[in-house]
Every structure is written in C-alpha cells, then in structure tokens.
Design a protein around this ligand. Sequence first.
Ligand SMILES: [Zn+2]
Length: 132
Amino acid sequence: MPAFKYKQKCSRCKKNYVIVTWKNKFPLCYDCQKGGMQGEITDPKLKKLLDIPEEFYHENSFLRSIKINALRYGSLSEKQIEYFQKSADKMQKEKEELQNKLSPETKFNLAQSPSEKKGKKKIKLPKNKSTS
Ligand SMILES: [Zn+2]
C-alpha cells in the first residue's frame, strides 16, 4: 500500500515545501525545524536509532519530528521507535532501488546527451529578486 504523500507549504516560513505523509496541519520544513534538532542524545539506544543520513531528515518531516521529540523528552515510545525504524528502512531501500535502476547504460546515455549551444548573442535578463 503506497503511502499518501503530498506537498504543502511550510506553515512557519511559508516558503519551502514540505512533503507530508500523514495528517499534519502545521508542517514545518527542514530549515525551520533544524534548530530543534540540535543537541545531544544521551540514550545509546536512541542515539543509534537516530543515526541516519542527514538527507533522510531533509526529506521526511516525520523523521524530523521524532528526532525533535527524542531531544526534547529524552525518550521515545515503542511505537515511535517502531515507525521511525520502518520509515528509515523504507527510505534506505528506495535509495538503493533508485541506484540499481541507474544501469551503466543509462549513465552512459546521460553523459552523451547533447548540450545544445545557442547563438553567441547574450540576452540580459532582468534580475528577479523573488528567486532564491
Ligand atoms: Zn519553513
């Protein structure tokens, strides 16, 4: 059963999109949450659990919220640990599958894709302040 995913704007900065996988009225982006994710986990069991690639936290707001809880309360419920592990495992598998899909042939084709060179005329575009 595929997880229900959708994108929503961060409810704090209203700038970054957050991928929401469960009902969450106030999704927060990585940038807004990273402050709460700093600190030392003292429980060795939790420390091991939370020791996943930082990019997983970037992509998954659920993992972020668990880490913040662990830092704030120093402990997690069994359910939280279970779901965290499942989500992290799933992401790990998805990453591996994605890597396997990129066969050497695909990589070759990507490298060979022609990069069209356009005329020498340079067109100055007005600077757009809204782009970051
Ligand atoms: Zn934000």
